[in-house]
Design a protein around this ligand. Structure first.
Ligand SMILES: [Zn+2]
Ligand SMILES: [Zn+2]
Length: 417
């Protein structure tokens, strides 16, 4: 974690040991208005992806080692968007109506190190849980509100994909159904027979055909306090090609769209299903339970002096929690806030177009909480499997989708961590 040179002791902390409620109120204006129908100009011009099986432009991309999928998204008159820095005051208001909440932090670190307050950001934890979302809902892995007259995007990377094992989506879903039904007991012989084997793969040649992108997330502005998007767009859609792309850090290739729901008429009812996927990249359809919380910077981006003092405080701490694991970044799917960059150890991602420091648009997580479970909502009983969406990035990492604050037209970057 960080330097160990001597530094001044932290100021006395008063009641810093009191667990702190960690949520903040979502903003007003969350009217639950379903998307209306009218006309449907695509809000975004597919850049690295082709749109339709008959086209053939390869999905170019690659923005450096371990990055993935610059899915540029033109969004009409785009503007720079304000960062979501705040000065958090009392974090005492639980998210109203939220069916998942973050437990109070085990220590009020900002009372002990008040300078952290100026460095805080908010994030919206999505808390995806299996459900049956519709196109009118914010969701993870759910159906997208997609204009019927807009071509669905395809990836044409063909044999440039890295392929290990391939499954049909229906096979992956059936395997998961069987596993879910057998939770808490051993599989029966019949269930074992029905499930695809651990080394099963569809023929690798199947990736030669155009691969329809699949829905990863659909987020309505009304639901997401930290929604990031052009002022005149109220819907964020994230899709990806559910295969490994060597040019993109062996990650799925991401595409991001911002839409105006009032522009969408006659939504597409049956999107194409890819012929094959990597099972780790097929999210189980989940409803989301957004919660607006405060985060503090990860140790690597703290001012060095402050980082040293927090390290010293931790060394004297005889507790089973740490700043890095329990008091700074929230794990799991989230919109905005701090990106965890500890694996690539690159803490500033610059826009390939203008050089601006990029910000976290969406973290696509493998797990919703870590081993210590301090971030597990109390609504999920102890022992709940944290791999809720069935997504696995790398070795159980996140895919951080970064966006340029200067323009929504500039390419996104996605990197696995
Ligand atoms: Zn692809
Ligand atoms: Zn830029």
């Amino acid at each position: 974690m960080s330097p160990t040179s001597p530094a001044s002791p932290p100021p006395p902390s008063g009641d810093a040991r009191d667990p702190q409620p960690f949520t903040v109120s979502p903003p007003d204006g969350h009217a639950d208005t379903p998307p209306s129908s009218s006309t449907a100009p695509p809000s975004s011009t597919p850049a690295p992806f082709t749109t339709g099986p008959s086209t053939s432009a390869p999905a170019s991309s690659s923005t450096g080692p371990s990055t993935s999928a610059p899915a540029s998204s033109s969004t009409g008159p785009s503007t720079s968007a304000p960062a979501s820095f705040i000065t958090p005051a009392p974090f005492s208001t639980p998210a109203p109506g939220g069916s998942r909440t973050t437990p109070p932090r085990p220590f009020d670190i900002a009372a002990h190190f008040p300078e952290l307050r100026a460095l805080a950001m908010t994030t919206t934890r999505l808390h995806p849980r299996p459900g049956a979302p519709t196109v009118a809902d914010s969701s993870v892995g759910g159906p997208l509100l997609w204009p019927a007259d807009e071509p669905w995007p395809f990836c044409q990377d063909g044999d440039k994909h890295y392929v290990h094992q391939l499954h049909k989506p229906a096979t992956v879903r059936r395997d998961r159904e069987i596993q879910a039904a057998a939770r808490g007991r051993n599989l029966t012989a019949a269930e074992r027979d029905e499930m695809s084997g651990w080394d099963f793969s569809e023929p690798h040649e199947l990736v030669a055909q155009p691969i329809p992108l699949i829905p990863v997330a659909q987020l309505y502005r009304r639901d997401i306090p930290d929604f990031i998007g052009p002022d005149d767009r109220d819907l964020l859609q994230v899709l990806w090609c559910p295969l490994d792309h060597p040019d993109d850090g062996y990650n799925p290739r991401v595409r991001v769209l911002w839409r105006r729901t009032t522009d969408i008429i006659g939504p597409l009812t049956v999107p194409p299903d890819p012929p094959v996927v990597r099972d780790d990249y097929l999210p189980t359809a989940c409803a989301v339970h957004p919660e607006h919380i405060v985060e503090y910077p990860p140790p690597d981006v703290l001012p060095p002096d402050l980082c040293e003092r927090i390290n010293e405080w931790e060394e004297d701490l005889d507790e089973d929690f740490s700043y890095e694991s329990d008091l700074s970044l929230a794990p799991g799917w989230k919109v905005g806030g701090f990106a965890d960059c500890s694996v690539p150890d690159v803490w500033e991602w610059e826009c390939t177009e203008c050089g601006a420091e990029m910000r976290l648009l969406l973290a696509v997580a493998s797990g919703e909480w870590g081993d210590g479970e301090s971030w597990r909502p109390p609504q999920d009983p102890p022992g709940t499997d944290c791999y809720i969406t069935d997504i696995c990035i790398g070795r159980g990492w996140d895919l951080n989708i970064m966006q340029c604050p200067a323009s929504y037209d500039h390419p996104i970057i996605a990197f696995g961590n």
